[in-house]
Design a protein around this ligand. Structure first.
Ligand code: WTA
Length: 650
């Protein structure tokens, strides 16, 4: 987070208690939560074991709730067998077959699809049978590269149904990024669509897929293509098969594959500070429990709620708070193909009004963009159905929080600012909407059974208020990642590198205030959070040096009004190349092609050298100051060529 933003956050002292009506109608009372917390304190594993038995349909009961004998490789609900898709779909059919599972709106806003739980079941089963017919089975990896259409969720659920492990790649990633992920997961099957429609623009997913597969994805046997966007695509008869052909003639019944609680449900790639993105591997039983409990606790779900999480299924939020959590709880949810600002910045609010949305969960970057569009826009819509608002993915600045509360929530809706990560699987620190007094910019306190705290360098708990440190979790929790796909050592090195095998290090720094509320201060590693999307600076640097003109590159984040953080790239050219007109634009385009538009640097600055220490390390702090436009206070006396500072300042 930017230092000016941290300051405004840390000076924040406004508080907002839950509205009485919300307290009165909460599913769980303060006494219920007190009991949950007390039980978790008393017997951590037993607490989660009891919830797992109460909330999940097991085909075979488990023995031990937690096996921590091989830390940090924790196992939950050992010996239990279950199926996630059964829990998300089949178990609702007795009494909710005709209830809507999804209300989907297309990008253009001229098509609405309403899908009941029965239809959801039938579509998932047909596709699951189709996958089996293609030779996909338990443990096989399937990469999903799709638009925000119901079929994306069907595909994920169908994998879960047959025990295949999906890895969803966000449709905004480039073909190179797609290829890397396919190859790391050694996926057998790819599921894609002709194209993705976002904000009236076509993203040619199929041709990007072709590019990835043609460049070399030896493990891929077949590619399933949903014809959705009306694009003219070529089909390779040896490899491509249309979604319609996969499901043709398939039965609407498919016996779930009962898998062990620890069977991997999915892999999702995310950025870290070193090397290529990591394949975060999640489990079946523990992950599902995290998804269910947090949906109930944080969103206070009632049978008649209309819930809308605006994330894309390509991110963890779309996994836990679209595909798995809400379906497991049996709530009706909105699914949206497009973007918040198309056809105009009233799109979200129009949809809230039209579908009577009661719970709305989005990212601070979207709130900031819509806030910028002006107060007049939301005023044109009836937002009175809303009763609860949420945010996720990055710190929310108090100004945006207040706007959300006043202009969207009409001072009537609690805001749950939820802290969690791809690795944690589900929300970890968050207000309880009917219980917690809110402070703008704070994610408040850990949920029951979540041992989140703050450590100093030496591994002592920081108990003093307003002292920052490492955000850590000192006890395993069911929905935590199990490992990094195919790389146990990387799992240890990335998350358990400092305080032993029982202390998970989140990679964020945080501090607590006098009320023990958590305030997230930002990442401690070289990760930039652009519009709520995690990017490793090294990934962008590698993309830049892959360009023929670039000798060296350094990338840092800097504060951006809407995106939260944006990327600035400092580049040194190879000899023989000159800083010609348009080269910076070409480099920005090059990064987009290599990684995807979300990684495109806001600005590229070309200089004759980068500031380095005597030992040759790039002085990143200095570059960060330059990117922020701050005065340079660091010692620059060791610089070989001080003149480059002027060049870097742009
Ligand atoms: C950041 C997204 C402040 C944090 C679910 C974390 C947040 C990273 C919040 C994970 C929040 C997420 N307040 N920062 N409420 N939520 N973050 O894996 O730096 O895409 O480590 O998961 O986003 O990003 P990821």
């Amino acid at each position: 987070m930017a230092s000016n933003q941290i300051e405004s956050v840390l000076k924040e002292n406004r508080t907002f208690a839950p509205p009485q009506k919300f307290i009165d109608n909460s599913v769980l009372s303060q006494a219920d939560f007190d009991a949950l917390n007390a039980r978790a304190e008393e017997d951590h594993a037993g607490f989660w074991g009891e919830l797992a038995r109460a909330e999940i349909d097991w085909q075979q009961d488990f023995g031990q709730a937690l096996d921590d004998s091989d830390a940090p490789f924790f196992k939950w609900f050992v010996g239990g067998k279950l199926n996630v898709s059964h829990n998300c779909i089949d178990r609702h059919l007795a009494d909710k077959a005709d209830k809507l599972a999804f209300i989907w709106e297309n990008d253009a806003g001229d098509e609405v699809r309403r899908i009941t739980f029965q239809e959801f079941h039938d579509e998932v089963c047909r596709f699951a049978n189709g996958l089996k017919a293609l030779g996909v089975g338990k443990g096989d990896r399937v990469v999903i590269y799709m638009p925000m259409v119901p079929e994306a969720v069907y595909a994920m659920q169908a994998c879960a149904r047959i025990g295949a492990i999906h890895s969803v790649v966000f449709g905004g990633f480039s073909s190179e990024a797609l290829r890397d992920r396919i190859n790391d997961a050694e996926a057998k099957l790819l599921i894609t669509a002709d194209g993705n429609l976002r904000g009236g623009k076509e993203v040619p997913l199929k041709s990007m897929t072709d590019k990835a597969l043609d460049a070399g994805c030896p493990s891929i046997e077949k590619s399933v293509v949903l014809l959705h966007a009306g694009l003219d695509v070529g089909m390779n008869p040896d490899r491509d098969i249309s979604w319609a052909d996969v499901v043709a003639g398939q039965s609407t019944e498919c016996e779930p594959e009962w898998v062990d609680a620890e069977h991997p449900l999915f892999i999702l790639y995310t950025s870290g500070s070193t090397g290529k993105p990591k394949g975060v591997q999640h489990s079946t039983g523990g992950y599902l429990l995290g998804a269910i409990m947090t949906n109930k606790w944080v969103f206070d779900l009632h049978a008649d709620d209309i819930y809308w999480c605006t994330a894309d299924v390509g991110w963890i939020t779309g996994h836990t708070y679209i595909c798995y959590g809400p379906t497991a709880v049996g709530v009706t949810q909105i699914m949206f193909e497009g973007v918040p600002t198309y056809p105009d910045a009233g799109r979200f609010w129009r949809m809230v009004q039209d579908h009577n949305v009661t719970i709305f969960y989005t990212a601070p970057t979207a709130i900031r963009a819509l806030m910028k569009a002006g107060d007049d826009i939301p005023k044109d819509y009836d937002l009175s159905s809303l009763r609860l608002l949420g945010t996720v993915g990055e710190p929310i600045n108090p100004e945006a929080w207040m706007w959300y509360r006043e202009t969207i929530g009409k001072n009537n809706c609690p805001i749950v600012d939820t802290w969690w990560q791809t690795e944690t699987g589900s929300i970890m620190i968050s207000p309880l909407p009917g219980q917690t007094t809110l402070k703008p910019g704070s994610c408040t306190r850990p949920l029951p059974g979540i041992a989140a705290t703050i450590y100093d360098e030496e591994g002592n708990e920081v108990t003093q208020p307003n002292v920052g440190g490492y955000l850590v979790v000192t006890k395993p929790w069911p929905s935590m990642l199990r490992t990094v796909w195919g790389d146990d050592q990387r799992f240890r090195d990335a998350y358990f590198f400092k305080f032993g095998n029982h202390v998970y290090i989140a990679g964020d720094s945080a501090q607590r205030d006098d009320d023990e509320y958590f305030w997230i201060l930002g990442r401690i590693d070289d990760v930039v959070n652009v519009s709520g999307h995690r990017l490793g600076t090294m990934e962008v640097e590698s993309a830049l040096v892959a360009h023929k003109a670039v000798a060296e590159a350094a990338v840092v984040g800097f504060p951006h009004e809407v995106k939260g953080e944006a990327i600035m790239a400092f580049v040194v050219l190879k000899s023989g190349y000159a800083d010609e007109e348009g080269l910076d634009q070409e480099l920005r385009k090059h990064v987009t092609e290599q990684l995807g538009a979300l990684a495109r640097p806001e600005e590229v600055r070309i200089a004759e050298g980068l500031p380095k220490t005597r030992s040759g390390k790039i002085m990143r702090r200095l570059l960060k100051s330059i990117a922020k436009g701050e005065d340079i206070t660091q010692d620059t006396s060791t610089l070989e060529n001080p003149a480059i500072l002027d060049q870097l300042r742009g």
